[in-house]
Design a binder for this molecule. Structure first.
Ligand code: ADE
Length: 260
């Protein structure tokens, strides 16, 4: 998958992305990063990219020409999505990360100062995305956040051990607690089920912990999950009924034995 980033600070993007897991995926040829410095396309004699805002107001705005020419230099095929990072965009989430990961190429446009002239946004942008309800000084950190989340969803980026497949069922739930060595640390023990080797039981335990955490910390996410997984609650009801039935039978048997 290829990411093109139109920015005034390409070194920030390169340094952030070419590190750790995403950096490894770049060296392995699974991901490709191409940064374009918008300033290189300025036709102004002082290489200016921003100017005063019509109608007044504080700060400066990036004017259309360098942004448009930087975009045109990419020569991307028609239909390639162009994502503009802005606090007025749709809030980024895991579902969007998965969707974007299905594209072969994505273009990101980072604004700076007070943003970018609306006309060039209207001309080239297909998606406006925010990473949360706060205002940053530019789109570079949001792009790094988005590219990281998208990259994890690209097959081959995560090693076998830390596969994102694990997330498919517990999708939209908070992660369960995890433990490494030693088995006991500072008087605290790793939950025994995790040492049992019984993977069915371990999966059940993890899902239960995830549900518990999500219900407590993110009731909104829990509600959504519950609505879209009625089969889980049906299964739990059946299990409970079966266990109650078993307990009743056992009690009956014991009572019978006592009478003998
Ligand atoms: N640019 C400035 N703040 C932003 C945010 N919260 N999300 C995306 N882009 C931004």
């Amino acid at each position: 998958m290829k990411f093109d980033v139109l920015t005034l600070f390409p070194e920030m993007i390169e340094q952030g992305f070419n590190t750790s897991i995403t950096g490894r995926a770049v060296s392995e040829g699974i991901l490709e990063l191409n940064t374009v410095n918008i300033r290189d396309y300025s036709k102004d004699k002082h290489n200016k990219v921003d100017d005063y805002i019509y109608g007044g107001g504080a700060g400066m705005l990036m004017f259309p020409q360098p942004v448009y020419d930087a975009y045109k230099s990419l020569n991307v095929k028609e239909g390639t999505r162009v994502v503009y990072l802005t606090p007025v965009g749709q809030t980024f989430n895991q579902k969007m990360a998965k969707e974007f990961a299905m594209e072969d190429e994505l273009v990101f446009l980072c604004g700076h100062y007070e943003g970018i002239d609306e006309r060039v946004i209207e001309t080239i942008v297909t998606d406006k995305v925010s990473i949360g309800d706060y205002v940053l000084t530019g789109g570079e950190l949001p792009v790094l956040v988005m590219m990281d989340a998208i990259s994890r969803m690209v097959p081959g980026v995560l090693g076998n051990g830390d596969s994102s497949v694990d997330e498919s069922f517990s999708d939209s739930l908070l992660e369960y607690p995890q433990y490494s060595r030693p088995e006991e640390w500072n008087g605290m023990k790793v939950p025994p089920v995790l040492l049992s080797g019984d993977h069915k039981k371990i999966d059940e335990w993890r899902l239960e912990r995830s549900l518990e955490r999500t219900r407590e910390l993110r009731p909104d996410m829990y509600e959504k999950w519950a609505e879209s997984h009625p089969e889980y609650f049906e299964l739990q009801r059946k299990k409970k009924k079966k266990a109650e039935e078993k307990a009743r039978k056992l009690a009956k048997k014991l009572a019978k034995q006592e009478m003998l």
